[in-house]
Design a binder for this molecule. Sequence first.
Ligand code: FHN
Length: 464
Amino acid sequence: MRKKHGRQWLVIGVTALATLLALVAISCSETMRSDPTPKKELTKDQRMAWWREARFGMFIHWGLYAVPAGTYNGKRVDGIGEWIMNNAKIPVKEYEKYADQFNPIGFNADQWVRMAKNAGMKYIVITSKHHDGFCLWDSKVTNYDIMDATPFKRDILKELAVACKKRGVKLCFYHSIMDWHHPDAQAPFYPNYNDTSKSNPNFDRYVDTYLKPQIAELIANYGPLGVLWFDGEWIKDWTEPKGKDMYAYIRGLQPSIIINNRVGKGRQGMEGLSKSSEDAGDFGTPEQQIPPTGLPGVDWETCMTINDTWGFKAYDENWKSTEELVRNLADIASKGGNFLLNVGPTPEGLFPRPIERRLEEIGNWMAVNSESIYGTTASPIGKPAWGRCTAKGNKLYLHVFNWPADGRLDVPLAGAKAGKAYLMADKKHAGLPVSGGQDKITISVPDAAPDSIDSVIVLVTNNR
Ligand code: FHN
């Protein structure tokens, strides 16, 4: 890794000069694409509209940690793959050497975006910079990036931006506030980079001359973006006021952007999140779990791994089944949430084959049933014993996991409200017999379930 950080004053001088250059570059960059949305203030509902419609996105955790892939000095390292620098107590200079080996010649942005789109995913959130501080784009404020520090020398985020635009998939960036590489952030805390009891006296300089300029670069040169997905907010030096300041700063750069609750001190639930968009964060971020009743009254998104790690680990084969993943999608949508499903690509730039297979199988289900997910809202009939329910307009989408052996599906809905029912898989929409009662209706269904994982029945209602 060339161009090391020299003495502190040299770092300060270089950083200040780099920041100045970055800001000049950003201000006159021809590629600077202003936000195409009108300059007048958008309401939160207007900003959130595409996201609420999308319901399903791809998370991508990719960076230098894919090179060790869970093993350091010949030993397997416990924990999630992208934390190996911290968990194996790897010194900064030692970890930087992975950059010399990061040459993902199998990377094909259009293939990645095609796989996401074919799975029914409408947005992609990729780690522009994770906690290890390595940048997947050509940053003007550091050389610790894909263009200057690796033999690959291609701007991964730029190639993804082109592919997303071509295929109509929203490009979004994950960005870590916590930075284990930067001397003004957590690098000096080695060997416990995640020591939340420690404070760096130069942290404000990191925010003003590094974190904010990089956010500005990402928006100006790769945007307009769908979402900025912050993380690593739990550190001692990051505060709710800093979060609100960052939220306002970003909205000023791109008024239409959506920002998650971890820009503040939010975590998985409602902390730091309110119904108004003046507060830090537009949606809640439950992680590796689906809240039993969702997060009523606010937007929220469950993020989840397909195995047990976000970043690639060569020996993590604990894959969730396609059945579990499809039912999670239906469960989350039935509670009014979005599902952000993670992929951890290999150091060669490929999706692991088990993930590709699951994405294909989810795509097969979505090809028939996506109407029951996109743009839907939470179930008005709770959580039926046979499965889940989503709603849109005057339609209820009954997601039947357990197909009734007796051919009778009871739905807790007053008979007077029930209209026609039909199988989502039946293109002719031939009606199914519906008998109405005082507080439930019964739909007569065929012997065989159309789908072994989740068979959807559409129930058209009146005066819902
Ligand atoms: O520490 C990170 C972790 O590596 C991963 O990025 C997850 C994904 O939401 N967020 C943090 C843990 O909450």
